[in-house]
Ligand binder design. Structure first.
Ligand code: HEC
Length: 169
């Protein structure tokens, strides 16, 4: 789907080599599509199973520093959006992992994955190599290494509370 060059909006190619004349899309339709996407609701929170543990887990989430990247709420077009991401690029891959260079993202940079709907979206990370939320957290390295260490240093009860909270998102 190609669009004429629009500063701050288009990236990559503005022409392709299929049989459809370029641009295939115009700015008005792009804005309508963006409006439609802005009006979509996020996934609903999962039902609470153990309210006390989940509330404690939310506190642990901030205490260990998950919220440095997984920012709980950002401003959306229609008000606050609880997506649990800063939507920014970070380098958190373990040293033995390869990445992929794309547009302004360097080889080992990935966007903070939103945590909404987490209980229904396994497997985790861009490779899908983590079957569980715990495995996904233990794969955090690089910029997130001290936060991972704080996670690993939690008591079993604190870790269970954090996972209970994450499973409600
Ligand atoms: C320095 C930034 C940073 C910090 C701190 C951080 N994360 Fe992440 N997190 C990321 C990025 C970037 C990804 C995407 C990694 C990928 O796709 O390979 C991610 C992915 C995840 C995923 C996988 C989500 C999915 O849908 O695939 C989970 C779960 C997660 N983080 C939980 C946590 C928790 C819990 C903490 C705190 C213990 C934490 N993260 C701390 C940046 C961070």
């Amino acid at each position: 789907m190609t669009l004429d060059l629009q500063p701050g909006l288009t990236f990559g190619k503005v022409q392709d080599n299929d049989d459809v004349a370029d641009p295939e899309y115009d700015l008005t339709r792009t804005e309508e599509l963006a409006f439609f996407l802005e009006m979509m609701a996020g996934p609903p929170r999962a039902p609470s199973v153990d309210a006390e543990a989940e509330a404690e887990g939310e506190v642990v989430f901030a205490q260990v520093g998950c919220d440095l990247c997984h920012v709980p709420v950002l401003d959306g077009a229609e008000g606050p959006v609880a997506l649990y991401s800063d939507l920014l690029l970070h380098e958190i891959l373990p040293a033995d992992h390869l990445g992929i260079e794309e547009a302004s993202a360097a080889m080992r940079e990935f966007r903070t994955a939103p945590l909404w709907g987490l209980s229904a979206t396994a497997p985790y990370t861009h490779t899908g190599e983590a079957d569980t939320i715990d495995q996904a957290i233990r794969l955090h390295d690089g910029e997130a290494v001290t936060v991972r260490a704080a996670y690993e240093a939690l008591t079993d009860a604190q870790r269970d509370a954090l996972l209970a909270f994450l499973n409600t998102l």
